[in-house]
Write a protein that binds this ligand. Structure first.
Ligand SMILES: Cc1cc2nc3c(=O)[nH]c(=O)nc-3n(C[C@H](O)[C@H](O)[C@H](O)COP(=O)(O)O)c2cc1C
Length: 171
């Protein structure tokens, strides 16, 4: 059986899409077939043997496209191995409190869908780019400097772990 993986993402400013593409590129080097699509455009999970869902935390919530995706595909998600990632922390990568807070936010969101049991759940560093903000976020964001703490080596390493888990879960 061919393992075909969906990397579905939601994004507001683009950084989660770039992470989704990087995860897909690594999975392809592990000889998996991979498609990358915005979560809101996915109609059916029937073509896929494994699913990766990525979306940013925004204002203490997981992006609404991810929440809707879970509700829309509940049955098919329950029948397949699923991994989840969320972009959140944007400051010092060593700031353990910020990472713990983001993880707690995601876990709180997922506690609302107790049937959903992802085999992996990862918080990844994100991007803070005030030049992209529109009103009213540009007014609320203050004068924080831009940052990009995405760790591409860590992202690729996590993707290689997933390749093993998602590849073997279905073969
Ligand atoms: C207005 C705003 C609100 C945010 N709120 C949160 C939050 O509540 N928790 C968190 O962990 N990260 C938060 N972040 C950080 C985002 O998750 C991070 O910027 C991420 O890279 C955005 O992803 P995107 O570029 O795919 O939209 C926030 C960022 C912005 C700009």
């Amino acid at each position: 059986m061919i393992n075909r993986i969906l990397v579905g993402y939601a994004t507001r400013y683009g950084s989660t899409q770039e992470v989704a593409e990087a995860i897909a590129a690594t999975l392809r080097t592990c000889e998996l077939e991979v498609e990358v699509h915005p979560l809101r455009e996915v109609k059916s999970l029937a073509p896929y043997t494994g699913i990766i869902i990525g979306a940013p935390l925004m204002m203490f919530r997981w992006h609404k496209d991810a929440q809707r995706f879970l509700a829309r595909h509940r049955r098919e998600l329950s029948e397949r191995p699923v991994a989840v990632f969320a972009l959140g922390p944007v400051h010092d990568p060593r700031d353990e409190k910020e990472w713990a807070d983001s993880r707690a936010q995601l876990e709180k969101e997922l506690a609302k869908v107790p049937w959903f049991k992802p085999l992996a759940l990862e918080i990844l560093g994100g991007v803070f780019d005030p030049t992209k903000f529109r009103f009213p976020i540009n007014k609320l964001a203050g004068a924080e400097p831009a940052s990009d703490i995405r760790d591409w080596d860590a992202i690729r390493a996590w993707a290689r772990e997933l390749a093993q888990e998602l590849g073997s879960a279905t073969s």
